[in-house]
Design a protein around this ligand. Structure first.
Ligand code: NAI
Ligand code: MG
Length: 356
């Protein structure tokens, strides 16, 4: 397998090398071969070169089996030299859209020993897979201004919902449930108010579910979903939702599973026409970058997702289990989890278990 590696900025440069360490241990243990090629893109690279992500690089990235990505981004406290959002839009969103990574897959699982802000909720209560539609909805920049900077200014941001886009996301959720023996798929939308776009979601859901008779189904409005994710997260198994709602509820998911350092994601092109991209959910974390205590677990879990996608389920399972066992011991907790372990200490612990 050929893997493109883009660590990006800030803590991305600290967690991705640890991820590669774990990947190497898995390849030695499970006997698969891989090559990597580094891509330097990100905010720092832009400051040095004026380049974000040229078409030729994007095209090359698309030809890999997978992309392992860290995080890109400028300092949110203000980096006047980079226009706001340029790096994120021109690199990250560009890859997601142009490589047609139409599924954003975010497992939300509370591991034993990891603190959650929820009272009376334990590891068995949070184990959901959120399938976020990743190429349509409100995020495809369909809109514009009229009379900009006048008192009569009008701004339109139009939600794009296609039968094709919705159906492939819903179908992916059911296929996932089938493959991983999950019991229930819940559609999360807002059909009572968004009566056109989300009516299309509902109709597609009703039709597709008929093909998966063994799988239970449910529907929740997104506002109710945010409440239930906090009060009774156990009711969720596989959740399928729109681009924007998925963005929001997966951050809530990250919070209840122990924070940004624990949340992994895959941006998938299930057709495999172009590379899929695997990344921790978090950003470049400028507030802790360079200190050596970023939590690398989200990156390891992303590496595991990548290996699962690349048909190495045993290696993926071994990394998942190693992460679970490592965080069960408080001595391996980084600062975000309330501990004092360093990034490389956690990396060494996971690597050792994977190799054993
Ligand atoms: P962030 O995710 O970088 O940080 C949010 C909070 O979580 C901070 O307190 C940070 O210290 C903590 N955190 C993040 N990752 C952590 C880790 N591995 N271990 C321990 N703590 C961790 O989000 P923020 O601060 O809003 O954004 C910083 C920059 O990153 C911005 O330029 C933003 O646009 C960009 N960004 C990029 C993303 C990506 O590349 N996928 C995703 C989110 C933000
Ligand atoms: Mg987000």
């Amino acid at each position: 397998m050929n893997i493109a590696v883009m660590p990006g900025d800030g803590v991305g440069k600290e967690v991705v090398p640890e991820g590669l360490k774990v990947l190497k241990a898995a390849s030695e243990k499970f006997g698969f071969k891989y090559t990597t090629k580094d891509f330097p893109h990100g905010a720092e690279h832009y400051l040095a070169t004026g380049i974000t992500l040229p078409e030729a690089d994007l095209k090359e990235l698309g030809s890999f089996d997978a992309i392992l990505f860290g995080a890109v981004g400028a300092d949110p406290r203000g980096n006047a030299r980079i226009p706001q959002g340029l790096i994120e839009t021109d690199i990250l969103l560009k890859m997601r859209f142009e490589l047609d990574q139409y599924i954003n897959l975010r497992p939300t699982r509370l591991m034993p020993g990891v603190p959650t802000p929820l009272a009376n909720i334990g590891p068995g209560d949070i184990d959901m897979i959120i399938v976020r539609e990743n190429t349509e909805g409100l995020y495809c920049q369909n809109g514009g201004f009229l009379y900009k900077n006048t008192p009569h200014e009008v701004a339109n941001q139009i939600e794009v919902t296609t039968r094709h886009g919705v159906e492939r996301a819903i179908r992916y959720a059911f296929e996932y449930a089938k493959q991983y023996k999950r019991k229930k798929v819940t559609l999360v939308a807002k059909t009572n108010v968004l009566r056109y776009a989300h009516n299309l979601w509902m109709r597609a859901f009703e039709e597709v579910k008929k093909e998966y008779t063994g799988i239970e189904t449910d529907y929740h409005h997104v506002d109710a979903c945010t409440m239930y994710m906090v009060t009774k997260p156990k009711i969720y198994d596989v959740v399928v939702t729109t681009n924007m709602f998925g963005d929001i509820i997966t951050d809530l998911g990250a919070a209840i599973q122990g924070g940004m350092g624990m949340a992994a994601s895959g941006n998938l092109n299930p057709t495999r026409k172009y590379a899929s991209m695997f990344e921790p959910v978090h950003g470049s974390a400028p507030d802790i970058a360079g200190k050596g205590y970023a939590n690398p677990i989200a990156t390891f879990l992303s590496v595991a997702m990548m290996l699962d996608f690349l048909n190495q389920p045993a290696a993926a399972a071994a990394i998942n289990k190693a992460c679970k066992d490592v965080v069960a011991d408080k001595a391996n907790h980084t600062r975000d989890l309330g501990g004092t372990a360093s990034t490389s200490q956690v990396g060494d612990a996971v690597k050792k278990l994977v190799a054993s």
